[in-house]
Design a binder for this molecule. Structure first.
Ligand code: GTP
Ligand code: MG
Length: 559
């Protein structure tokens, strides 16, 4: 496992103890954003983890059950917040109940029980159900103070409604903002992801009391949409500061290589999730990958999870991406639009393969925003952040990954002179990469210039935290070509759009797939039908035909 060492102090250091150095702990609500309060990444993570520890997820009979649930919970502890959401075609209803203090939640667990008479495994986690009232249990008075902070809070906006909303905007820039507002991960989505992480921790903690499940990736870096997956890294032990203890726990020595031990441990965690964690299904073990992962679906929270152990570099990376999103309010809306465009024109795909990923796209967009092109740069480079780092920003893992960069943007010396509209920035992004010399140059976020490619790979994006690695090594030449074609198309379409949404504005760059989707039933028709339909569709355009044929085949192969 990667071990975090605070440089210059030569002591082991737990990642989340960091927040002590930022003084006051913040309570992370979206309201803080409106007040323009910057919350450092680690503080945000810690406050969300602590919030999840004080919360339970309760399955109830209907959305009206919250009134009785409130009365019942208030008889045990102080309720701070309640949120309702429902899942499935015949909806199951759930309420997140957040209690005011650690004592309250302890009392809640003490007052909860397992069903005795069936064969179920008596797992104890933050996921419970609210038994219907009966003569024996008695009816509860409905408290007038019962209030939901949100109802149906995880409902996704339909494509039709989204298009309608976007069509009503006045400018392309407004459309970009609107897309972000309507599709980003909301408050309840975030709480559900931290509760999903908490479930793993609380169930395995009997064996490993120091276990920590850290969310990373788009669930926490600010680039996640409502249905985004949850990337989790699980560590079984925490580093201790100044550990001079002379009594050391006996532990079993690992046999085999570090990798085979890690794979075996992952296998066991996979079994625990499969056998003992309520609501967890479709457990898949992908142990041969460079970073072995366990995939599973948590059906109560409706979250798809990718769980790994040991590789903490993703957490540093999330910290860096989060910071970039916080520095300028245009970054996240712009990124949402670019990700949406890439999905609509089939450049990205759920399953891993030789196509570009959302993560690579994010780095491409951030690298563009760091360049002083027609106007001053929107974002600083990583090197600028490294130079501004203070003594408490110095992190390096045992395996040498350097995560040292400024965390507190209030201390950032960076001239914010760029005032371009979102529309212009989006167009310039397409234009910049339409002309980019992918053949010879690598994209680099450490400095403001593209550097010479260190090795042959169709697309080379330097991993900003592990400079020897290319994060887009998976991208094939054909996929890069498709990317270039689509990016030129988008630049061309967008250039012809007025800043006022006269025709369709932003919607016009998403169109390819919408047209295709209407004409082909891509998800259900058999492969050969699909290809025939693609052929018929693009009879007059040979290049496009080949292009889409490739996509259809790849989708099939991926399946
Ligand atoms: P979504 O598509 O919304 O899930 O975006 P994401 O950023 O969460 O991407 P993903 O789930 O694929 O990966 C999660 C995190 O793992 C990323 O944010 C990165 O920090 C890290 N990651 C993903 N792919 C790579 C890669 O190729 N190299 C490295 N170094 N890190 C990666
Ligand atoms: Mg993810």
């Amino acid at each position: 496992a990667a071990n975090f060492i605070r440089m210059g102090h030569s002591v082991g250091f737990s990642l989340f103890e960091k927040s002590k150095f930022y003084g006051k702990k913040y309570y992370c609500q979206q309201v803080s954003k409106e007040q323009n309060t910057f919350i450092p990444f680690l503080d945000m993570i810690e406050s969300r983890r602590e919030q999840a520890a004080r919360s339970i997820l309760v399955q109830v009979q209907s959305e009206q059950s919250y009134k009785q649930l409130f009365t019942y919970c208030e008889s045990i502890g102080k309720v701070k917040n309640m949120f309702h959401y429902s899942e499935g075609p015949e909806p199951l209803h759930f309420i997140i109940v957040e209690f005011a203090s650690d004592v309250d939640i302890k009392n809640v667990f003490a007052a909860s029980t397992h069903i005795q008479e069936n064969q179920s495994i008596p797992a104890t986690s933050h996921f419970l159900w609210f038994r219907a009232a009966s003569k024996k249990l008695g009816r509860l008075k409905q408290d007038k103070n019962a209030r939901l902070s949100a109802e149906h809070a995880t409902q996704l906006i339909s494509e039709t409604d989204l298009c309608r909303e976007l069509a009503q905007c006045e400018t392309v820039s407004n459309q970009i903002d609107k897309l972000y507002d309507l599709t980003r991960l909301n408050e309840v989505g975030q709480r559900l992801r931290f509760l999903t992480a908490k479930q793993v921790e609380s169930t395995v903690s009997g064996l490993f009391p120091n276990i920590c499940a850290y969310p990373f990736g788009s669930s926490v870096n600010g680039f996640g949409k409502m249905s985004c997956d949850l990337d989790l890294v699980v560590r079984l032990t925490q580093d201790k500061e100044n550990d001079n203890s002379r009594l050391i726990y006996h532990c079993k020595a690992a046999s085999g290589t570090e990798r085979s031990t890690a794979q075996r441990n992952m296998e066991t965690i996979g079994d625990l999730i499969h056998l003992f964690l309520p609501g967890c299904s479709q457990v898949r073990r992908i142990l041969q990958a460079r970073v072995p992962i366990i995939k599973y679906h948590q059906q109560f929270t409706n979250v798809e999870c990718d769980l790994s152990m040991s590789n903490m570099s993703g957490v540093y990376m999330s910290d860096f991406l989060y910071l970039m999103g916080e520095i300028d309010p245009r970054v996240r809306p712009l990124l949402f639009t670019i990700r949406k465009w890439a999905k609509e024109v089939f450049l990205t795909n759920h399953s891993p393969g030789k196509w570009i990923t959302n993560f690579s796209l994010t780095l491409l967009a951030l690298a563009f925003l760091q360049k002083p092109l027609r106007s001053p740069a929107v974002l600083p480079t990583l090197n600028q952040l490294v130079k501004s780092a203070g003594p408490y920003d110095n992190y390096v893992t045992e395996d040498g990954i350097n995560g040292t960069f400024l965390r507190d943007i209030k201390k950032l010396h960076f001239e914010r002179q760029n005032t371009s509209s979102l529309h212009s920035l989006l167009f310039e992004f397409f234009e910049y990469y339409a002309q980019f010399d992918f053949m010879n140059k690598a994209i680099c976020l450490n400095e403001a210039v593209a550097i010479a490619k260190p090795e042959y790979s169709p697309l080379y994006i330097v991993n900003p935290l592990e400079k020897g690695l290319n994060v887009s090594k998976n991208v094939s030449m054909e996929e890069l070509e498709r990317f270039k074609i689509e990016i030129r198309n988008a630049a061309w379409i967008l250039e012809s759009q007025e800043s006022n949404v006269g025709d369709k504005g932003l919607l016009s760059i998403f169109e390819t797939k919408n047209n295709l989707k209407q004409k082909l039933n891509l998800s259900f028709s058999p492969k050969h039908n699909r290809l025939l339909e693609v052929n018929a569709l693009f009879d007059e355009d040979e290049e496009k035909k080949i292009e889409f044929k490739n996509v259809a085949v790849e989708k099939e192969v991926a399946k």
